[in-house]
Each structure stands twice: as structure tokens, then as C-alpha cells.
Design a protein around this ligand. Structure first.
Ligand SMILES: Nc1nc2c(ncn2[C@@H]2O[C@H](COP(=O)(O)OP(=O)(O)OP(=O)(O)O)[C@@H](O)[C@H]2O)c(=O)[nH]1
Length: 273
């Protein structure tokens, strides 16, 4: 993911740190040369002016001029190094800001696509995966099924034990549904006590019916809570691609209607007509 709002540094701080290392190395060499020249000049300068030959006087004057230049270069290098250090500090702050923005964008993206209570994919992500799976199913002539789950009498759990206990039950059931899901499949929480299940490559009706039966069984296993064991039942409606619809909306609608029939007739699960 490329964060859009984060400022982008032109040169990474690592590269600048390498340049700073080189500048410090040059600084050390220049300082060394300045010291050597200064020592030499002071030794030469200690001879009395009369004792100095014309050549020595000239060499000394040149050498002193070079010493001044080297010292000047050393002073400038100090300024360059300081500027580089300041730049690196700024770049590091920028890097940290960039990492934070990236992390915040990831958190926001996750939150936008998942249910906050159970951590399951939400309706948006489910729709996205269903659309994608439908495209694959059309292209490769694959079967696909949508199961719509709605817990039975869940309101009673909230009313009897409180909303917090209801939340724990929802999380426990979500965990079981997730464990029951194969890699290609997706289980999502639609909201409230409703879940959607996308089954890829559902070979035949009997296989889907078996999975629905297994899911009903897993959901109704007692949830062991500190307040005692709570069991909830679920009703499941199933729609098949392409028999009951060829779009995501149609398949979910048909599965929803079948779920109501299963709830009404107390059959556990029902296929869309
Ligand atoms: N604890 C908890 N309860 C929720 C949450 N979201 C929705 N509910 C409750 O879940 C219940 C769902 O309503 P219904 O599906 O009509 O309740 P039900 O008793 O299962 O009804 P049937 O499906 O007809 O059996 C309502 O009581 C909501 O208040 C949630 O996040 N946590």
C-alpha cells in the first residue's frame, strides 16, 4: 500500500547517514593535515628571520597560506557536517511520521472491512469476495453456494443474561464458524446475529446440506461461560450459483428468504426454491 497523504523524503535518511560518515572521515583527514601543517610552520617559524634563507622564507609564507586554507576548509566542513546532522534528524522524523501514517492507514483499512466484535470480514469484504468468486465461477464453470445464518432466539440470550454475555456468545460462535471454514471459503458477520458463508466449489447439493448440518451442530454446542452453559440454535438458508441467481445481491436475497423458510418450518436449513 502506498500512503497517499504521507510526505515522501527525497533521499532516505540511511543514504544521508552514509554521506555524513564520509564527511566525518574527510573532516578527520583535513584536521590531521591542518595540525601537521601548523606544527611544520611553527617549527620553521621558530628560526630567527635572519637565519632563514630566501627559499625558506618563501616556502614558509606559502605553507602558512596553505595552512590558512586548510583551516578554512576544516571550518566549512564543520558547518556542512552540522547541516547534514540537522537534515538527518529531520528525515528520521519524517520516516517515523511516514511509518505511523502507513500503520494508521492499515488499521483504518482493516476496520473498514471487518466486524469489530468478532473480527470476521464484514458485509463489504464479503460482497467483494463474492463478486470475485462469481467472476471465477463464471469463467471456470464452477459451483458456488451462499449460506445465510441467523441465530434462533438470540434476543432471549441478551434479555436473560445481558448484552455483554450476548457478545461473548456471538464471538464464540464466530470462532467456531471460522474454524469450520476452508481456505477458499469466507464467513462474515452481516450484523446482529446474522452471518454469511461463501462456499467455493460446492460440488453438489448433498455436500452443501452436509456442511449446513455440521454448522448447525457446531453452533448449538454449549458456550461455556462463567454464568453457565448457553446453547443457541441457528437457521440456515442456502442459495446456489447459478441455479438461484447469478449476482451477489440475488444470491444473498435468495439465501435470506430460504433462511426465513427454515426458521418458520423449524427445519434447520432450507435451499432456495
Ligand atoms: N449482544 C449483542 N446483541 C446484538 C448485537 N447486535 C444485535 N444484537 C441483538 O441480536 C438480536 C437479534 O434480533 P433477532 O434476530 O430478531 O432475535 P432472535 O431472538 O434471534 O429472533 P429470531 O431470529 O426470530 O429467532 C436483537 O436482540 C439485537 O439487539 C451485538 O453486537 N451484541
Amino acid at each position: 500500500m502506498t500512503p497517499s497523504s504521507a510526505p515522501q523524503p527525497a533521499i532516505p535518511s540511511d543514504s544521508l547517514s552514509a554521506v555524513l560518515g564520509q564527511a566525518e572521515h574527510v573532516q578527520a583527514l583535513v584536521d590531521e593535515s591542518a595540525l601537521a601543517l601548523s606544527t611544520l610552520n611553527s617549527v620553521l617559524g621558530q628560526q630567527s628571520a635572519q637565519a632563514q634563507s630566501q627559499e625558506v622564507k618563501q616556502a614558509l609564507a606559502q605553507s602558512q597560506a596553505v595552512e590558512e586554507k586548510v583551516q578554512d576548509a576544516s571550518d566549512k566542513l564543520v558547518l556542512v557536517t552540522q547541516a547534514l546532522e540537522g537534515e538527518i534528524k529531520e528525515r528520521k522524523a519524517l520516516d517515523a511520521e511516514l511509518a505511523l501514517v502507513t500503520q494508521q492507514e492499515e488499521v483504518a483499512r482493516y476496520a473498514a472491512l471487518h466486524d469489530s466484535l468478532t473480527g470476521l470480514p464484514n458485509r463489504t469484504l464479503f460482497n467483494d469476495r463474492l463478486e470475485h468468486s462469481l467472476a471465477q465461477a463464471r469463467r471456470h464453470d464452477l459451483a458456488l453456494a451462499v449460506m445465510f445464518l441467523d441465530l434462533d432466539g438470540f434476543k432471549q440470550v441478551n434479555d436473560t443474561y445481558g448484552h455483554d454475555v450476548g457478545d461473548v456468545v456471538l464471538k464464540t460462535i464466530a470462532e467456531r464458524l471460522k474454524e469450520n471454514t476452508r481456505n477458499d471459503d469466507t464467513v462474515s458477520r452481516l450484523g446482529g446475529d446474522e452471518f454469511l458463508y461463501l462456499l467455493m466449489g460446492a460440488a453438489d447439493e448433498q455436500t452443501v446440506a452436509n456442511l449446513a448440518q455440521k454448522t448447525i451442530h457446531r453452533v448449538q454446542l454449549p458456550c461455556q461461560l462463567s454464568t453457565g452453559n448457553i446453547s443457541v440454535l441457528t437457521s440456515i438458508g442456502i442459495s446456489l450459483f447459478p441455479r438461484n441467481g447469478v449476482t451477489a445481491d440475488a444470491l444473498i436475497k435468495e439465501a435470506d428468504a430460504a433462511m426465513y423458510a427454515a426458521k418458520r418450518d423449524r427445519t434447520g436449513y432450507a435451499f432456495a426454491k
